[in-house]
Design a protein around this ligand. Structure first.
Ligand code: MV4
Length: 503
C-alpha cells in the first residue's frame, strides 16, 4: 500500500465538496482548483488549499490537463481525484497524472481507453459473454448491407452512430422501405455531429429501462458488484431521479446482471469504481450499453443501502488496498431515492435559472442526505452544469422512501432562482411512478410538463391555484409562494388526473 497524504480534487460543485469531506474525515489533506468564476464557491472554502487555474470557461480551467497537473505539483498532492465530468474519463489525463508521479484515483488509462469507445467496449464485452442487443457491432457499409441485416434482426430496428452518444443520431426504422432514407440521414447527421459517419444497426427496444450496476475492483484481482440503480427517469438523456433497488430486478436477475458487469470490467483490466449500464426490455432481458469509468453523480443511493462510503473505497483501492468486503458481504438494505435539484425552471421548458440564492434551507431528518456546493448568497452562474444539490432519502421500503422524499422536497427552500423541486413533487405523486412503472420515455409518456411545454403562465396560475388550495384547506393565509417552494400546479394537475384549472 502507498498511503495517500494529500489529494488534489480536480472538480467543483457538490462532488468536489463531497470528496473533500471524505478526505478530511480520513485525515488526508486536501487541495482543490477553481476558476475565476468560482472564487466564492464552497469547494474553495472547504479545501485546505485552493489554486486558481484560469478563467471561467472550462476549457481554460477545469478541462486544462496541464494546469490541473501543475496545480497538483504546486500543492504537493500525491493523488488527484477527478470527480465526474471534466477530465474524469480522459485517458490522456490519467496517463499524464502517472507520468507526473501523481496517483490518479480511478481506473488505469488502458482500461479507460478500452471502455471509452462505445463500439470498442461492445466488441470487447461481446467476447466475454455479456449480452448485447441483437444486431451487428461493425459499421454498415451501405444502406443495402444495412437493410439485409435489418431483415435478419427483424423490424423495428435502431440505427445508431458508432461515434455517437447521448441519443444523438439514433433513428428508429419500422419497415424495409424506411431503411435507406433513415440510413442516409443517420450517416450524414453522424458525420456532422461526430466527424464520423459510421453507423450500425440493432433491434429497437420499445420503452426500455436504464439500469446500471455499481462495480468495485482492486489491483489484487478482487471485483464485486454493489447492486443496481434504476436511472430511467431522464429528460433529453439527463438523469433527474435515481433509485435503488430497481423494482424490475429480482435477486436472480441481480446476480446475472452483476456477473455480466464483472465480466465486462474484468475483460478490460479495470480497477477502482465503475458503473456498467444496461437496457432492460419489457421481458426483463438486459443488454449491455456502456461502462462509465468514473464515480457517478448518483452514487449516494448505493451508499445509503450498503452503508459504504464509495469515495473512501476509491482512495483505499488507489492506495493499493484490497477490497474491504467480499461479494457475500454485500447486503443492501431498504430503498434509496436521489432527486437532482437543478437550477432550471420546469415550468418553462427546464430553461436554466441562474442568479443569487436569496434563501437556502435544507430539509433535515435521520434518513435524509443533501450533497451540495451552494449556500444562501451563492451566485449560480451559466458557466457550469446546473446541478445545485442532490437530495437523498432512505426508507425500509420504496413507499416509505417516496413519502420521505416528498416531505423533504416540501421542506427544501431555495429562493431567488427556479429549481426542479416542483417537478420532483409532481413526479413522486404520479401514479405510474408510484407503481414503479418506469422507462426511459417515462416523462414523455406520463408527465404533462413536457407535452404542455411547461409555460410560465402555467407556473403562475399553478401558484395561484396552490395558494387557493392552501386557503381552501384553512391553512395560514398563503404568502406569495416562494419561487421554488412546493408550489406545484402540476400537483393539482396530477391530483385532477390531468384537469388543469387554468385550461
Ligand atoms: C437504445 C434504445 C432502444 N433500443 N437502443 C439512448 C442513448 C444511448 N445511451 C442509448 N440509448 C438508447 N438506446 C435500443 N436498441 C433506447 C435508448 C434511449 C435511452 C437509453 C438510456 C437512457 C435514456 C434513453 C432515452 C432515450 C432512448
Amino acid at each position: 500500500m502507498r498511503p495517500i497524504r494529500k489529494v488534489l480534487v480536480a472538480n467543483r460543485g457538490e462532488i468536489a465538496c463531497r470528496i473533500i469531506a471524505c478526505c478530511q474525515a480520513m485525515g488526508i489533506q486536501t487541495a482543490t482548483v477553481f476558476s475565476e468564476a468560482d472564487r466564492a464557491s464552497r469547494h474553495v472554502l472547504d479545501a485546505s488549499e485552493a489554486i486558481c487555474i484560469g478563467p471561467a470557461p472550462s476549457r481554460q480551467s477545469y478541462l486544462d490537463i496541464g494546469k490541473v497537473i501543475d496545480a497538483a505539483r504546486r500543492s504537493g498532492a500525491d493523488a488527484i481525484h477527478p470527480g465526474y465530468g471534466f477530465l474524469s474519463e480522459n485517458a490522456d489525463f490519467a496517463a499524464a497524472c502517472e507520468e507526473a508521479g501523481i496517483l490518479f484515483i480511478g481506473p488505469p488509462p488502458a482500461a479507460i481507453r478500452a471502455l471509452g469507445s462505445k463500439t470498442a467496449a461492445r466488441q470487447l464485452v461481446s467476447t466475454h459473454g455479456v449480452p448485447l442487443v441483437p444486431g451487428v457491432q461493425e459499421p454498415l457499409s451501405s444502406a443495402t448491407d444495412g437493410l439485409a441485416i435489418a431483415r435478419q434482426i427483424g423490424f423495428p430496428v435502431l440505427i445508431k452512430a458508432a461515434a455517437g452518444g447521448g441519443g444523438k443520431g439514433m433513428r428508429v426504422v419500422r419497415s424495409a422501405d424506411e431503411f435507406a432514407p433513415a440510413f442516409e440521414r443517420a450517416s450524414s447527421e453522424a458525420a456532422a455531429s461526430f466527424g464520423n459517419s459510421a453507423v450500425y444497426v440493432e433491434k429497437y427496444l420499445a420503452s426500455p429501462r436504464h439500469v446500471e450496476i455499481q462495480v468495485m475492483a482492486d489491483s489484487h484481482g478482487n471485483a464485486i458488484y454493489l447492486g443496481e440503480r434504476e436511472c430511467s427517469v431522464q429528460r433529453r438523456h439527463q438523469k433527474l431521479l435515481e433509485e435503488t433497488p430497481s423494482v424490475c430486478v429480482d435477486p436472480e436477475m441481480r446476480r446475472r446482471m452483476g456477473e455480466a458487469a464483472l465480466a465486462a470490467v474484468r475483460a478490460a483490466g479495470y480497477t477502482n469504481l465503475g458503473t456498467v449500464e444496461f437496457l432492460v426490455d419489457a421481458n426483463r432481458e438486459f443488454y449491455f450499453l456502456e461502462v462509465n469509468t468514473r464515480l457517478q453523480v448518483e452514487h449516494p443511493v448505493t451508499e445509503a443501502v450498503t452503508g459504504l462510503d464509495l469515495v473512501r473505497e476509491q482512495l483505499h483501492i488507489a492506495a493499493g488496498g484490497r477490497l474491504s468486503l467480499r461479494q457475500e458481504d454485500v447486503a443492501p438494505r431498504g430503498h434509496a431515492i436521489e432527486c437532482r435539484i437543478l437550477a432550471e425552471d420546469p415550468f418553462d421548458g427546464f430553461v436554466p435559472s441562474p442568479g443569487r440564492i436569496r434563501v437556502y434551507k435544507e430539509p433535515r431528518a435521520p434518513w435524509l442526505r443533501v450533497d451540495t456546493g451552494v449556500y444562501a448568497g451563492y451566485e449560480v452562474s451559466l458557466y457550469y452544469d446546473p446541478l445545485l444539490a442532490k437530495l437523498i432519502a432512505w426508507g425500509p421500503d420504496r413507499p416509505t422512501a417516496v413519502a420521505r422524499m416528498q416531505d423533504a422536497l416540501r421542506d427544501y427552500v431555495i429562493e431567488g432562482i427556479r429549481t426542479t423541486i416542483p417537478f420532483h413533487l409532481l413526479l413522486l405523486e404520479n401514479a405510474e411512478f408510484q407503481a414503479g412503472n418506469l422507462a426511459t420515455d417515462f416523462i414523455d409518456r406520463h408527465m404533462e410538463i413536457e407535452r404542455s411545454g411547461g409555460s410560465r403562465r402555467h407556473r403562475d396560475v399553478a401558484a395561484i391555484a396552490a395558494a387557493w388550495l392552501r386557503g381552501a384547506r384553512g391553512a395560514a393565509p398563503a404568502q406569495a409562494p416562494a419561487a421554488t417552494r412546493a408550489t406545484s400546479g402540476w400537483k393539482l394537475a396530477a391530483l385532477g388526473a390531468g384537469r388543469r384549472p387554468w385550461a
